[in-house]
Design a protein around this ligand. Structure first.
Ligand code: LLP
Length: 886
């Protein structure tokens, strides 16, 4: 590497002047920790060697701390369970294979030390599992790191690397009354500066490698630092050596403003203060093990989070910085598997000592509390998700607590935290975001005493969408105005070839699209094959007997014809939609149309009955006041199951706040009114909302419908409505259809065998978005560009008059410059339309290649709820519709 290149090294500003002869004096140390994936391939070890070498060149001594090869700790954990001897041999075989494959790809032979350790491990693993104490578990689990460090020492041998036993460098702090489990499996270490250790290492060499995760007690027994504990090992060592820097090398390019798996456009946090990083890590950002910050913070040692797969990226730097007084949200982070305990005791009001008594029970069982909220008679707490407790002990704990107060337990919750500065002063700004919690049950809200976080605890089924929404409102929307935010995860990780590989249909068909648009300024284009493919995916589901297309999403005649050809039926919400289907699909039989009106006038019901379509009734009014219309007919009833889902509160269609459906307790009246007319209920229908990503939502609906079958002996069909979400952003994962299918299939089978012969239930679904959204794009030419204040605007020939979803729901639609597909994006634009409303924004802060007047811009996922919701506002007609059928 040339000197120029070295100056661009991400830690260049830290390097001592390489031209200065360092002379005698203490060695400045850098501690580098490499996680499981970072030590699992020959390529990564090349990176490790290279990075160590760079630090040596810069005059530092280096201590490398390694985790076990990825997956090995999980395998070891299984060994600590009670595998039978065949399972045990299989696990040992897998661990052996992981290591031998790596030795092979490194083109090295296992060292004598490694082979010796392997023998010890096999002997230990062969011991009978009964009676294995936490101490014995710790010993067994420590072999993951012992083996990987022996291997690493061989790889780094050419750099003069000395293998150090972590147990000789890190001693645990023994806490009185600590359980054996805590002591041996989740200890904390002494982090006082140890100049003897620094001197010993300096005397032995410049490069050392040691195991993460492992320490010893005063008697020399192996103790572990808990899951993710290698970060902590490295932090303790950095503190003890008074290092110049702690580097945490992992497989993501730093800490982000949200989990990139949930929010792919989460932004890199380039710089954080220790307390911000602590808060993010503690509240769920999994890149850094939370206990690893304190030891280095106390000595002002900066942390640099780096990516072993992208060593040229600067990552995130955490250092002592005066806390910015500016109120802003740094991240939206979440933690899963939260357990909420609600202690409700009306007598507690003004009763001295109630809290002390209750918490004494927590203490007795070693259960640590994480969040806490109190009211006059209720105390709600969440349990520290890191502290695990055995089931039996937990039942004893609950029993004992119940002696003092009424206890309610809620599991499978998620905590979502807004982390940032002066969060309290931001409550006004937060109100827009918190809006998304309307209609969701929020189990608890807490605000940290240090004013760094505001946390909401909700059911896990709502978590992803809430995180996405909060992130886009609180971070993406203002991202351009902040210089503390780096590029998005997508930008950092989306190399051009991946973009092509996972390309949507329009990427391949860009030329055809340009051709269609040669004389046009704007148009929706629908690719029929994409819609057909979606139909085939749904038709292939085992659990669903019939798929109806909900034409409100897009009623283009060519789309209806294509979906009819795939064998789909249709669901309509107005008489006009019914007539349109009869018109566009001449072969269709009227009864194959399901008509699901809501607050429609009487005439529409009367015409529907005359036409012979299948009618769904969603209110008692028609039954009470126009019963004669339904005499002798077969009908569906739409039930409000009181559990709504959806991408926005405006599209949640169940629950007391929604105008749809008949509540369960009104069903008996509906049944008797229909019976009086000799009408039969043959289907129960429900639809919880739209844009639902939670695969379990439909199972829940079915579980709630099934008990109603007893009231309606003629019911053959349970229609679970639509709602299936599609991914909105590039590389966002799709909803897991397979999980939904399996869950539904199992339930239907069980139900049909319970019903016995003569009665079989079919499950139907009626999606709109899933079939139409991805098949459509909105194309529009660039009209003008403008830079004003901090914003670069790119103006399109059409806007909210064609696509109102961003303005109405804050919906995300990906925007691409189709005239510059091969050019690197390099500027953030606010993408707007020509309508006289400040809300006419199609996309905020979109990274695009430089745009010019006349460029053709593409807005993706515009096939559903695009043109059908358009208007001619400002007397600007919406974009016309074109078909691409090849
Ligand atoms: N069935 C019924 C009874 C419905 O009300 C709806 C949608 C569907 C099926 C189809 O839902 P889908 O599979 O498309 O989610 N304009 C909003 C969506 C409103 C959906 C209204 N009902 C949007 O642009 O997101």
């Amino acid at each position: 590497m040339s000197k120029d290149q070295r100056n661009q090294h991400p830690n260049a500003n830290l390097s001592p002047d390489p031209n200065t002869d360092r002379g005698p004096g203490p060695v400045p140390w850098i501690v580098m920790k490499f996680g499981g994936t970072s030590v699992s391939s020959a390529d990564r070890w090349n990176t490790i060697s290279e990075q160590v070498r760079l630090h040596l060149e810069d005059g530092y001594g280096v201590v490398v701390v390694v985790s076990a090869l990825s997956g090995v700790t999980n395998l070891l954990n299984r060994l600590c369970g009670s595998p039978d001897s065949a399972q045990r041999d299989e696990i040992i075989g897998k661990i052996e294979l992981r290591h031998s494959a790596l030795w092979d790809s490194l083109e090295l032979a296992p060292s004598a030390l490694f082979s010796q350790l392997w023998q010890q491990f096999v002997a230990l693993a062969g011991n009978r599992p009964e009676g294995r104490s936490p101490a014995a578990h710790a010993e067994l689990l420590s072999f993951g790191e012992r083996l990987s460090s022996a291997l690493g020492a061989s790889v780094l041998a050419p750099l003069g690397c000395v293998l150090q036993d972590a147990g000789r460098m890190l001693q645990i702090v023994e806490i009185p009354n600590q359980s054996d489990r805590q002591k041996f499996l989740a200890s904390r270490c002494d982090d006082r500066v140890d100049s003897d250790l620094a001197a010993r290492l300096a005397a032995e060499g410049r490069v050392h490698l040691t195991q993460g995760f492992i320490a010893t007690d005063s008697a020399g027994a192996t103790c572990l630092l808990g899951r993710g504990g290698s970060d902590s090992s490295a932090a303790y060592l950095a503190a003890r050596l008074q290092a110049a820097l702690l580097e945490i090398w992992t497989d993501v390019p730093g800490m982000f403003s949200a989990d990139p798996r949930v929010v792919p456009d989460a932004r890199l946090l380039q710089q954080l203060s220790f307390s911000e990083a602590q808060e993010l890590a503690s509240m769920g950002a999994s890149v850094l093990h939370p206990p690893s910050i304190k030891p280095v913070q106390a000595r002002g040692i900066p942390i640099s989070i780096r990516d072993t797969t992208r060593p040229d990226q600067p990552g995130t730097r955490i250092e002592a910085r005066s806390q910015s007084s500016e109120a802003q949200v740094k991240g939206v982070v979440s933690r899963n598997n939260i357990v909420v305990i609600e202690m409700d005791n009306p007598a507690m009001w003004r009763q001295a000592g109630f809290l002390a008594d209750s918490f004494a029970v927590f203490k007795e069982f070693g259960i640590s509390v994480d969040l806490i909220a109190t009211s006059e008679s209720t105390v709600t707490v969440t349990l520290d998700p890191d502290s695990s407790i055995e089931d039996e002990l937990f039942s004893d704990f609950l029993e004992k607590l119940s002696l003092l107060t009424r206890v309610q337990l809620k599991t499978h919750c998620v905590s979502i935290s807004l982390v940032g500065n002066a969060i309290r002063t931001m409550l006004g700004q937060l109100s827009g975001a918190l809006d998304v919690f309307q209609d969701r049950q929020v189990h608890m809200v807490t605000q940290s005493a240090n004013d760094l976080n505001l946390t909401l605890v909700v059911g896990e089924e709502h978590a992803e969408q809430l995180v996405q929404k909060l992130h886009s409102l609180l971070i993406t929307a203002a991202a351009d105005l902040r210089n503390d935010l780096g590029p998005s995860w997508l930008e950092l990780t989306l190399p051009a070839d991946v973009r092509v590989k996972s390309a949507p249909w329009w990427y391949e068909r860009a030329d055809a699209l340009h051709g269609l648009m040669s004389e046009r300024d704007s148009a929706f284009v629908y690719h029929l094959e994409t819609a057909r493919a979606a139909a085939r995916r749904l038709q292939a589901l085992d659990s669903i007997s019939r798929v109806l297309y909900s034409i409100k999403a897009n009623h283009h005649p060519a789309l209806l014809a294509a979906l009819a050809q795939e064998g789909l039926g249709f669901e309509c919400v107005s008489l006009a939609e019914v007539l349109h289907v009869l018109d566009c699909v001449p072969d269709i039989k009227a009864r194959e149309i399901l008509f699901t009106p809501n607050f429609a006038p009487r005439e529409e019901y009367a015409r529907a009955m005359d036409l012979g379509v299948t009618l769904t009734i969603d209110s008692l009014h028609p039954l009470r006041y126009w019963p004669e219309l339904f005499a002798g007919h077969e009908l569906f009833l739409r039930v409000d199951l009181d559990a709504g889902y959806g991408h926005h509160k405006k599209v949640i269609t169940a629950g007391a706040g929604s105008k749809f459906g008949i509540p369960i307790d009104h069903l008996p009246e509906a049944a008797s009114l229909l019976a009086a007319q000799g009408a039969r209920v043959v289907g129960l229908h429900t639809h919880s909302g739209s844009g639902v990503t939670h695969a379990g939502a439909w199972r829940e609906q079915l579980q709630r419908l099934v008990p109603l079958l007893g009231q309606f002996p003629k019911v053959r069909v349970l229609d679970l409505g639509g709602g299936l979400a599609v991914p909105e952003r590039p590389r966002q994962s799709a909803m897991d259809l397979e999980v939904m299918d399996q869950e539904l299939h199992a339930l239907v089978r069980a139900q049909n065998s319970a019903l016995g012969s003569g009665r079989e239930i079919e499950v139907w679904m009626e999606p709109g978005r899933y079939l139409a959204a991805e098949s459509g794009v909105l194309l529009a030419r660039v009209t003008q560009l403008k830079t004003k204040g901090d914003y670069h605007y790119v103006g399109l020939a059409t806007g909210m008059n064609s696509l109102i979803r961003p303005a109405l729901y804050g919906a995300y639609h990906h925007v691409v410059n189709l005239s510059a597909l091969e050019r690197q994006p390099d500027r953030r634009y606010r993408v707007v339309g020509p309508i006289c409303e400040s809300g006419d924004v199609i996309g905020e802060a979109r990274l695009l290649p430089e745009c010019a007047e006349g460029d053709l811009m593409l807005v993706s996922n515009a096939g559903a709820y695009g043109r059908v919701m358009s208007s001619s506002y400002n007397m600007r007609p919406p974009a016309e519709e074109l078909i691409l059928d090849s």
